[in-house]
Design a protein around this ligand. Structure first.
Ligand code: BGC
Length: 754
């Protein structure tokens, strides 16, 4: 992969799995669509399937059951709405054979993906697309073909419903099995197709296209082209050398998830007048606005700028802006791994990026958790607990999708992770409306869960949370995982604080909530007793927090022997069952906790934890690197911090985990942002005040980042010698290197020499 500041591009025409893997990198999206960088004209079946996913559009699968109230359901690969047939002198081009001058590029500023090449030394082809950021139901496609000899060209722009899921999820050396076809029936119309997918509720997908084709600037009507699977337009052209053919196409897609008038919206779209230039400009402007609030500029001779921007770009591509009924899956809409399901990845790794750059998006995704509260209540009851037990791996309906045997029942830190994200959002926005309408109820029910899940031991006088799986997933059954217990305690305390606040600030809403949930403050006595009494195993001498109460007793594992290559330990040297015998941490655990709640740990405890756990961490999850980079930056492990940062920032563009093929790693993207802003950039907020204490890597001369906090837009510029903070839209207390001031619109900038 090659880089410019605002783009990634490739000049190598990869084949097979390598190309499929790159296709994930060239994903464009708008939170409604995720569209992999597949070839529009490819005739090979694996690629002809495309790779287009819609947020929350999932389908049934026969592949095994799921824990609670649901079958396993796949993220559904919908119709290939960008299908092209390009036939030159009777021969169909497949985008693969007979090509030169190949280049494909993702322009992250304008959010457009373009691929160009020369076919058989006689036709120059440029194909591009974007997922409209303004009207998220639309995708724009463009094609330009310039003939370099006289030729007969048949050109078709189609919607193709003959697709299967890509199923690019198996690990080497497993063969990739063909994915399922989730389309049960199709209705082929003129320029439109309606499919019914195999989902729990009948879900129709309505797609229609409007196309304009010109030859040397003159519009040429296409004839209707349909068969059992496709619908679109065909042009039969006789071209002379130098003739230029240009196609513009807009596709609109709606589903039954979008309301009951989807068919009507498609009819309206088909008869509407398209203003092509306006659509282009509006899309670009929307992206410019987004970048203005979140871009990180890095002054460095490395490619870090591009790598970082790629991560932020893909986060914005997957962020739902149109609804609060979906959230972001672990692999987003860029691949089928984890079937589009949502994990703690979102609340702990991804949401901070949105909370501090686009808080409305965070609010929507937290509201999605609120809408899942009843399911979480039922799930708690089903498991003989109280309150709300949010599922570890949630489908769009917030139901548990962890495979049976996959540890969902034990991975309960997700519950306090959600509470943490609500608290963080509230601290950053002071959005009482959200808190009193939704957040408080989630905090209360999750606190109730912990109160029913923790056990008091007469034997040692502590509260314990037993038999859990913490972030280190190599053991399902640990007791008193420090991460889980500390986050649960915070959940319990935050619930009490917020409910107390609500009683005073919104008494009517509070009274309603009490009636609805049968709440009284008497319950909170137990909450606080648990929060104060939860056991954390701690070695006073070494100032070392134990990951869980048995970790120190286990056998040391030589990581070099256990993990000689980038492959996960369980895919190479060791059997899953051996792992709890050793001190082996799948992914950062205590380190993650120290990043999330830095004020709870002393510098000595952070250093002790880093030195102890880092050599014991296998990094067998992409979520592992960012906390080590972030914590490392804060405690003076400069070189390791930068090395870990590179592991995060380049994880997908360099395919470091060898599984980018099955989708991008969105938690890692969010983690990378946190490393840059909180780790290197040194931003932190306490009681409404911004503190900036940067730790720039030596490879960087400077960085500028942007944040939004309590309605104030903030720009922080860090160089090797000074820090400048500028605000817009309100006042903000700021502290830089011990210099306290209050910035406001009248006195908006401060520069401090470091
Ligand atoms: C990690 C989890 C993560 C999940 C989805 C697993 O490999 O261990 O922490 O939530 O992947 O990204």
């Amino acid at each position: 992969m090659e880089y410019t500041n605002w783009s990634i591009y490739s000049l190598n025409h990869e084949t097979g799995k390598k190309r499929q893997s790159q296709n994930a990198l060239f994903t464009v999206g708008n939170g409604y669509f995720g569209i992999r960088g597949f070839y529009e004209e490819d005739t090979a079946s694996e690629a002809g399937n495309g790779g287009i996913y819609l947020a929350g559009v999932r389908s049934n699968s026969e592949l095994g059951g799921r824990l609670f109230e649901d079958k396993r359901r796949d993220l559904c690969n919908i119709m290939n709405i960008l299908r092209l047939h390009i036939i030159v002198d009777g021969k169909q081009i497949n985008g693969v054979d007979n090509i030169t001058n190949y280049r494909r590029e993702l322009d992250m500023q304008g959010a457009v993906y373009t691929r160009c090449y020369r076919y058989d030394d006689c036709l120059d082809i440029t194909l591009s697309r974007f997922a409209d950021m303004v009207d998220v139901h639309r995708v724009r496609q463009d094609a330009t073909l310039v003939a370099d000899k006289d030729m007969e060209l048949t050109f078709r722009a189609l919607i193709d419903s003959d697709v299967h899921n890509l199923n690019l999820i198996s690990r080497e050396p497993d063969p990739v099995q063909p994915g399922l076809n989730h389309i049960l029936s199709r209705e082929i119309g003129t320029d439109s197709i309606v499919t019914l997918i195999d989902s729990e509720d009948d879900n129709h997908i309505f797609a229609a296209g409007q196309t304009v084709l010109t030859v040397n600037g003159v519009a040429v009507d296409g004839s209707v082209y349909t068969n059992d699977f496709v619908s679109g337009r065909e042009w039969n052209l006789k071209l002379k050398t130098g003739d230029k053919v240009e196609l513009r196409k807009i596709v609109a897609v709606y589903t039954d998830n979008d309301g009951t008038d989807s068919a009507q919206k498609i009819d309206e779209f088909l008869t509407s007048e398209i203003n092509w230039d306006e659509i282009d400009a509006a899309h670009k402007n929307r992206w410019a606005e987004r970048w203005a609030n979140c871009d990180i500029e890095v002054d460095s001779n490395t490619d870090d700028q591009t790598a970082l921007r790629f991560d932020l770009f893909e986060l914005m591509c997957v962020c739902p802006t149109h609804t609060d009924r979906v959230s972001i899956g672990a692999r987003g809409l860029a691949g089928e791994q984890y079937e589009g399901c949502v994990f703690w990845d979102n609340e702990i790794f991804q949401l901070p990026f949105f909370t501090f750059t686009d808080p409305e998006s965070s609010r929507r995704m937290l509201a999605w958790r609120y809408h899942g509260l009843d399911v979480a209540r039922r799930y708690a009851k089903y498991n003989w607990f109280e309150g709300a037990m949010y599922p570890w791996q949630a489908c769009e309906k917030c139901r548990e999708q962890t495979p049976i045997g996959g540890g969902g029942y034990y991975s309960i830190h997700i519950i306090s992770d959600i509470a943490y994200a609500i608290r963080q959002y509230f601290l950053a926005t002071q959005d009482s409306e959200f808190m009193f309408e939704m957040g408080a109820e989630v905090l209360m029910e999750t606190a109730r869960f912990w109160a029913s899940r923790a056990d008091y031991s007469e034997w040692d006088g502590y509260w314990h949370i037993n038999t859990v799986r913490g972030p280190n997933e190599y053991d399902f059954y640990v007791n008193d995982n420090a991460y889980t217990n500390t986050m649960a305690a915070l959940n319990l305390r935050t619930a009490k604080e917020i409910l107390t606040k609500m009683e005073t600030e919104a008494p009517e809403k509070f009274a309603k909530l009490c009636t609805k949930t049968n709440f009284s403050f008497a319950e909170t006595e137990k909450w606080l007793a648990i929060a104060d009494g939860l056991y954390i195993c701690y070695d006073e001498k070494r100032k070392l927090i134990a990951e869980d109460s048995n970790y120190f007793n286990r056998r040391f594992l030589d990581m070099k022997k256990a993990k000689p290559t980038a492959k996960r330990i369980v895919d190479s040297t060791m059997n899953h069952e051996w792992l709890p015998f050793y001190q082996v941490t799948k992914q950062s655990d205590v380190a993650t906790l120290m990043c999330l709640l830095p004020e709870k740990f002393s510098e000595a405890e952070k250093i002790a934890a880093y030195d102890f756990y880092e050599p014991r961490t296998a990094h067998d999850s992409s979520l592992s690197y960012a906390p080590y980079a972030w914590l490392g930056a804060r405690i003076g492990k400069d070189e390791q911090a930068y090395e870990y940062f590179k592991n995060c920032a380049y994880l997908d563009i360099a395919d470091l985990k060898l599984n980018t093929i099955s989708g991008l790693h969105f938690a890692n993207f969010g983690g990378t942002w946190q490393v840059a802003v909180f780790g290197f950039g040194g931003a932190s907020f306490t009681d409404g005040k911004l503190t900036v204490d940067p730790k720039l890597p030596k490879e960087w001369n400077g960085m500028t980042y942007h944040l939004v906090y309590r309605g104030v837009n903030i720009e922080v510029k860090v160089t090797k010698t000074d820090v400048t903070v500028a605000v817009q839209g309100g006042s903000l207390p700021v502290c830089i290197a011990g210099n306290d001031t209050v910035l406001s619109d009248e006195n908006s900038t401060i520069t401090v020499k470091m």
